[in-house]
Design a protein around this ligand. Structure first.
Ligand SMILES: NC(=O)c1ccc[n+]([C@@H]2O[C@H](COP(=O)([O-])OP(=O)(O)OC[C@H]3O[C@@H](n4cnc5c(N)ncnc54)[C@H](OP(=O)(O)O)[C@@H]3O)[C@@H](O)[C@H]2O)c1
Length: 284
């Protein structure tokens, strides 16, 4: 089997590369092929002739997208369309990585795959519009929505908490304020990479929700990071209103695992994933 991976240098992409050992893999960064360049996208896909294309490349700076709306749409929406067009030309299957931020968060239970999209942010809007366009262009597309990604291959929430907890400790009683009114599911990049490989093996199609199991608020997540790593920082719960950011985020973005379970795939609890992440992360 031949697989072409866009976003091979990202947090998820770096875990997909080893997880995809055994397939003939073409790995691409933005330097190899910018999603905004349709001719280049067509060329790399024409050259690699993949059975599957995994589109894990995106402009992922959620707050940055608010300021750079045009760039966000060019990469995440038009870029995805460019890849879908090239996939269609060579008859390749496409897996598109999407986000819990396509939802508005007002639902009081986990989001099912068929729930309506109503993004609150530009980033969420780019993903929602890309999903709609791809489903229309390629009815067999597989859309994998994930959330709160963390891992060793780049910036992520646990790394930030560890750094702040260690830095602030130098100045005396360390205390970090973390929002306690946004709930979701942290997802460890290697666990998501394994689930993606199994979805490819199972020839999955349609929308699939793939996150580590269980849910928490960012405050709960931070407390667990500090506790498990043996640091002494105090975590203070705050509201989103007290901690304003450029992009609005959903209060609830828990994704129901029913669509993943339908393929016989289970993902471990997020606390277990965090423990495995911390085992390989030196405390700063
Ligand atoms: N991070 C999260 O919490 C989260 C949550 C839900 C969904 N997702 C989705 O999951 C996927 C993987 O996210 P991630 O966190 O692994 O992303 P990431 O670490 O930010 O990596 C982004 C990747 O996209 C590539 N890229 C950026 N702009 C590009 C462009 N114009 N043309 C081609 N490639 C470009 C980057 O290449 P360079 O290294 O060359 O810049 C890099 O490989 C994305 O679709 C993201 O939207 C992420």
């Amino acid at each position: 089997m031949r697989v072409t991976l866009f976003g091979a240098t990202g947090l998820l992409g770096q875990e997909l590369v080893p997880a995809l050992r055994g397939v003939e893999l073409t790995t691409l960064s933005s330097r190899d092929a910018d999603l905004r360049d349709p001719a280049r996208v067509e060329e790399v896909i024409g050259n690699s002739r993949p059975d599957w294309i995994i589109l894990a490349a995106a402009y992922t700076d959620v707050d940055g997208c608010e300021k750079n709306r045009e760039l966000a749409f060019a990469v995440n929406h038009q870029g995805a369309i460019n890849v879908a067009r090239a996939a269609r030309a060579v008859g390749a299957r496409l897996m598109f990585l999407s986000s819990d931020y396509v939802f508005d968060g007002v639902k009081s239970s986990p989001y099912e795959t068929a729930d309506s999209r109503n993004p609150l942010s530009v980033y969420g809007e780019t993903k929602a519009r890309a999903e709609e366009a791809l489903l229309e262009m390629l009815p067999g597309v597989c859309i994998v929505r994930t959330s709160w990604l963390f891992g060793h291959g780049g910036k992520c929430f646990p790394a930030t908490i560890l750094r702040l907890a260690a830095t602030k400790a130098e100045g005396g009683a360390p205390q970090l304020s973390v929002v306690n009114d946004q709930r979701g599911s942290p997802t460890f990049a290697p666990d998501l990479a394994s689930a993606i490989v199994r979805l490819v093996e199972k020839d999955a199609g349609g929308i699939v929700h793939a996150t580590n199991s269980g849910d928490c608020t960012w405050y709960d997540f931070a407390k667990e990071i500090v506790k498990t790593s043996g640091l002494t920082a105090t975590i203070k719960p705050v509201t989103t209103a007290e901690f304003p950011r450029p992009a609005r985020r959903p209060a609830n973005s828990i994704l129901s695992p029913a669509s993943l379970h339908a393929y016989g795939i289970q993902m471990p609890p997020w606390q277990d994933a965090l423990r495995r992440y911390l085992e390989k992360t030196p405390v700063p």
